[in-house]
Write a protein that binds this ligand. Structure first.
Ligand code: FAD
Length: 565
């Protein structure tokens, strides 16, 4: 792939070498959406920026969201108007700078007599939602009569239905949004490496002046000197703050959210549906994703380590009961669940008197006495603003340090993310179709890679075999494995199957049937030994097994776990 911006194991090695060889202006700790946004903004200001991520980019919370770029209708109930205003503006910005990764989505919010949300409240909320978007959302909301609601969504419960609000929000591919943002940072000069954790800080005269980093793939430790350090580790921020100050009081409280995926046809789903769960009144979603439907999310406070969080049998039961109450003919059971995922919301609120669902999703930047900057809270939707706010602070700190002028804020709201250079996705679709790929594959490539699908087609032109499907009957093709390794820094089988492609979630076998093929191709590209090959496959299948544990917990047998083990 000569001539293209590299973002691979080779650029990773070069980045690690460079960040050890010379001090950086900024070391960003954490490669979720927040760290990615900070690195992008700082690198675009011309700061020598490095970013290290303990696992794979986005593997923390940022690949476990509801995948919505939304104003946050539900935050109106908490009178969080500032956040809704900001998030609505960001929705508009992201639809523009990443049209391939952020798509407008139509939502129906059906209202039932006797339900928790009365019609007058939803009507008022809808006007406010449009007003806070400065009446510049994709379309204004509308009201549907019960008959029109059922015509739009025939699977909905008709009993007690008094109508529905029809409104618009955005849907994204969260883990691909993280990769695109980090690649944008790298294009601006940021040095980025996944599978590299900060294990301790270096101090001089009471200030943090660098960090010891550990490469979990080689086992090697290195030292990085930095003028500023930003802790952007989401649910891990308190753990990292304690590396700096063992007595640091927690900033966060965690709220777990779980999702379950079922076949879309089971619900007959046309649009995204917002529901108030009949179990506890929580606002939740049933979201279409190709031929699947995501049901989520739960909101529970659990004392679980972020690395161990998963959807339990109880979570799945709650999600299915809520969905079945609104789609009564679906009669979903745990055996209908294709996959699940769960994450921890890093909420800013040690005050436990407020229920997690009512805690603001705003972000805050705090500085420790030693100078470690921590960004906590926030949402996927507002990542660009979070990055900008942190970079503003970094710029001031650097000016205090060596008197350099404050650079102008970069136009991160205008600069497209990689692949987002053209908004006319249908035109792009036609050029992809000319390569004689099936329509579903063309759609998948354009939706995932935007203008960069051209690079995948190049691979296919050079080697026709790479144009074949990765899993029979599915849209993903073999060239995407090569692309993930060469252009998206995928280093492990799970990076490819979970976060670059989504077979772990979307294929009923979780991609287990092709894990060996993917490992073989990666071994060839990355020079793995044969034992590494086997370890990778084994670890991937273990991930698959763990993700099916909920079935045992609700007392049902698991067909898939045995098929893949
Ligand atoms: P993370 O994505 O968790 O990234 C932190 C990273 O730091 C991790 O990858 C971790 O490996 C790394 N790290 C930890 N320790 C170290 C170390 N020592 N050295 C280096 N790296 C380290 N927001 C929306 O806008 N829309 C939604 O639809 C939405 N849905 C959600 C649904 C759920 C269930 C949840 C849990 C959240 C949802 N959110 C949503 C919120 C959003 O997902 C999060 O706010 C956001 O992803 C947090 O990103 P982050 O980068 O701060 O944290």
């Amino acid at each position: 792939m000569a001539g293209e911006t590299p973002f691979s194991h080779r650029s990773r090695a070069a980045a690690l070498e460079s960040m050890q060889a010379q001090p950086v202006d900024l070391l960003v700790i954490g490669g979720g959406i927040t760290g990615a946004a900070v690195a992008r903004d700082a690198a675009l200001r011309g700061f020598r920026t490095a970013l290290v991520e303990a696992g794979d980019f986005g593997a923390g919370t940022s690949s476990r969201s509801s995948r919505l770029i939304h104003g946050g209708l539900r935050y109106l109930e908490a009178y969080d108007f500032r956040l809704v205003f900001e998030a609505s503006r960001e929705r508009r910005t992201l639809l523009r700078i990443a049209p391939h990764l952020v798509r407008p989505m139509r939502f129906l919010f059906p209202i039932y007599r006797g339900g928790r949300v009365p019609p007058w409240k939803l009507r008022a909320g809808m006007w406010l939602y449009d007003a806070l978007a400065a009446f510049r959302n994709v379309h204004w909301h509308r009201w549907l009569s019960p008959a029109k609601t059922l015509a739009a969504e025939p699977g909905l419960r008709d009993r007690d239905l008094s109508g529905a609000a029809l409104y618009w929000d955005g849907q994204t591919d969260d883990s691909r949004l993280v990769i695109a943002t980090i690649r944008s940072a790298a294009q601006a000069g940021a040095l980025a490496a996944n599978y590299v954790a900060v294990t301790s800080f270096i101090r001089a005269e009471g200030r943090v002046v660098g960090a010891v980093i550990r490469d979990s793939l080689s086992g090697q430790e290195h030292l990085v000197r930095a003028l500023t350090l930003v802790n952007a580790t989401g649910p891990w921020v308190d753990r990292v703050r304690r590396l700096d100050d063992a007595g640091a009081k927690p900033l966060l409280r965690m709220s777990k959210g779980a999702h379950a995926i079922v076949r879309r046809e089971r619900l007959g789903l046309h649009d995204a549906i917002t529901i108030a769960s009949p179990i506890d009144g929580r606002v939740m979603f049933v979201l279409p994703w190709n031929d699947l439907a995501f049901i989520g999310t739960t909101e529970t406070e659990e004392d679980v380590r972020p690395e161990d969080v998963r959807a339990t049998g109880a979570d799945v039961t709650y999600l299915l009961r809520s969905a079945n109450a609104v789609f009564p003919r679906a009669r979903l059971t745990p055996n209908d669940v294709i996959a699940t995922w769960a994450g921890l919301r890093p909420l800013l609120a040690p005050d436990r008197s407020l229920p997690a669902g009512k805690v603001s999703r705003e972000h805050r930047i705090v500085e420790s006495p030693s100078g470690l900057m921590t960004i906590a809270g926030g949402k996927l939707t507002t990542f660009r603003v979070m990055g900008r706010d942190v970079a503003d602070r970094v710029a001031k700190r650097l000016r205090q340090h060596d008197g350099r002028p404050l650079p102008p804020r970069p136009a991160t709201d205008q600069l497209p993310l990689p692949g987002g250079e053209i908004a006319a996705l249908d035109v792009m679709m036609q050029s992809v179709r000319m390569k004689e790929l099936p329509a579903v594959t063309a759609r998948h490539l354009v939706d995932s890679y935007g203008t960069e699908s051209a690079a995948i087609l190049n691979l296919v032109s050079k080697n026709k075999v790479l144009g074949g499907p990765l899993v029979a009957g599915r849209p993903e093709i073999r060239a995407e494995v090569v692309y993930a390794v060469e252009r998206e820094m995928a280093l492990r089988v799970s990076d490819v199957l979970m976060r670059r492609l989504h077979l772990f979630y979307e294929d009923p076998q979780h991609g287990a049937g092709v894990a060996a093929n993917v490992a073989r191709k990666m071994a060839e590209l990355l020079g793995w030994s044969s034992t590494r090959d086997d370890d990778e496959i084994g670890e991937y299948l273990e991930e698959v097994r763990k993700s099916r544990e909920f079935l045992r917990e609700v007392g049902r047998p698991s067909g898939v776990a045995s098929a893949s083990s």
